[in-house]
Ligand binder design. Sequence first.
Ligand code: B12
Ligand code: SF4
Length: 492
Amino acid sequence: MRVLLVRPPSVLGRMSRQNLQHPTNLVGLASEASARGHEAGLLDLEVTPGGEDAFRPALDRFRPDVLGVSVVTPHVPGAARLLEAAKSWSRDLFTVAGGPHATALPADLLDEIPALDAVCVGEGDRTLPELLDARADGAGLGAVPGLHLRDGGFTGHRDVVDDLDTLAPLDRTLLDWPAYAALAGRKGVASPGVIRRGIRAAQVHLSRGCYARCVFCSTNAVWGERARPGIRRRSVGCVLAEIDELAGRWGINHLNFEDDIFPPTLRYLEELCEALIPRKLTWSCNARVDGLRREHFELMAASGCLKIDFGVESGSERILELNQKLVTRERVVHVFAEAKRVGILRTAYLMLGSHVDETPEEVELTRRLAHEIRPDYLTFTVGCPYPGTQLWDDCKQRGYLDYLPSGRPDWKRYGYYPGLPPWRFTHFSAQQMLDTQRRFLRGFYLSPRFVLRMLGRVRSLEQLQALVVAGLDVTHFLSSGPVGRLRRRVGG
Ligand code: B12
Ligand code: SF4
């Protein structure tokens, strides 16, 4: 079977290049399909010149039997357009969607997109190859667990992949490397804020799952109840083989570890860092503030860690308890100081509305916390009620969601920077959220203090160019970009 896997275009416009990553999920699925003897292609419309217009020519060129689309919530409308175009290209093409949104609302998605034949629930690594085998054999799909079929209902739950080392190695020849370089410019696909001369970055996953159950996060909905008690991890040896291939074959010199939880265990961290030291690469990661101690930060810095993005969310102890982040404000302050001590850059992921009942006074506590920990970068996102989360259930039950005349939520605005959100919270109207978000981000990024600090870090012309582009993107976003346009439309 010939299967084409597609990532729909970003809804973020030019801001998407500031945090561009390879779609390793689709690379993984394509690698699994190839390992089973199928022919797999990858089309990332986030970077392909022409975006959606490039889709039909790609179908003509690749001539797939099966089309797979990955769907996060804001991509639903884009995915629907692609799937409709695909069916008009050929009625015989079999279409399947997967990913976080598809997993959370499989039946709804089939209802919403008539051009969709099936939805993969949860991990697709085993489901997709089995689907392709069945199609090749002319067999029905009823015996392939993990699918919601338009004609046939749910085929039953599939167990998660227990041993992640058994997954096929990622075949990165499927990536259009020049397209990423062209869009992301001199900073490449390094995580935001990591800007260095000659940087060439790639994303590596060590584990799947998380032991926390934050009420705004859909991670556990993606991995499913069957993934409990939480974290599965690859062996360090398996990860190093991937890293050595990235460095040797692709010239990668910076790694983004994009796991839910980093490190999976402290022992794992030690083993990984010790193995990274002689490799002389640099790296960045997402992390929680619990667990890590002074000696870990020292080891991380020694092994090339440049930046850690910490999930902080709120400066209010009440909200940190209600949102089930399982961290304390005190711990946040401590960890930010320790990372700074060893010279690791620190991002604080902060949120408005990580719990539906957050008050303006509690958001003020978050602003004060940001002032106290002085992160090198921060994000301040509006809590988005993603399907499958407690936040979604709360907003739905309390009537806080807006609907389009079609009766569906306006999915394309379900991002971290939605403009005017099509939802509200107990103490925030949509407009108040938008105003607060803009004020908060402006206060940080457009302050002379931040600008001077960034300029102080410039060591090369390349860095300066990347910084200017990032600065222009952020300024555009905060003033005349999607936020500004929406503000004008609503008279704000
Ligand atoms: C790393 C990451 C990013 C990176 C890179 C993402 C990428 N590779 O494209 C960056 C920082 C760029 C990013 C951006 C965004 N992200 Co993000 N991200 C993650 C994170 C932490 C890991 C993603 C990952 O690689 N997982 C590992 C892979 C293997 O899992 P997977 O993608 O789910 O794929 C498996 C299955 O879902 C399934 N599957 C997926 N697609 C398909 C397609 C087919 C055909 C089939 C059969 C199966 C299938 O099979 C895969 C293998 O088992 C997740 C959290 C998480 N645990 O998933 C959030 C997460 C996916 N992100 C999320 C969101 C919202 C976004 C943004 C929309 C945020 C925004 N800008 O507003 C953007 C969208 C970007 C995009 N183009 O997709 C949400 C999605 C929630 C939802 N309901 O949509 C998550 C779940 C976090 C959360 N808030 O709960 N993200
Ligand atoms: S700690 Fe991070 S990945 Fe885990 S549930 Fe909370 S937000 Fe999601």
